[in-house]
Design a protein around this ligand. Sequence first.
Ligand code: FES
Length: 107
Amino acid sequence: MAKITYVEHNGTEHIVDVANGLTVMEGARDNNIPGIEADCGGACACSTCHVYVDPDWVEKVPAKDDMEEDMLDFAFEPDPATSRLTCQIKVTDALDGLRVKMPEKQI
Ligand code: FES
């Protein structure tokens, strides 16, 4: 279980508990948090689950693979250092306290 803070582009924060084994995207979806659309349902095929990971957390989340890296090119204003696709980040206890910020829009 991890407490994750999702920050909308306008600064509104949503702090929710997300069970281990879910993805950060599923945590947002299951809690009706706006700003993460996840059109492909988590298949790493749409880039509409894009967020900016808080700089303090970039090194603590598991590294992205090549497929995520390629798909991020299609995201809205991706940042090479902090952008991630939330459907590719599995929740574990190690992510307790994670903060992610949604972009102004999803593509
Ligand atoms: S939900 Fe489509 S890439 Fe993450």
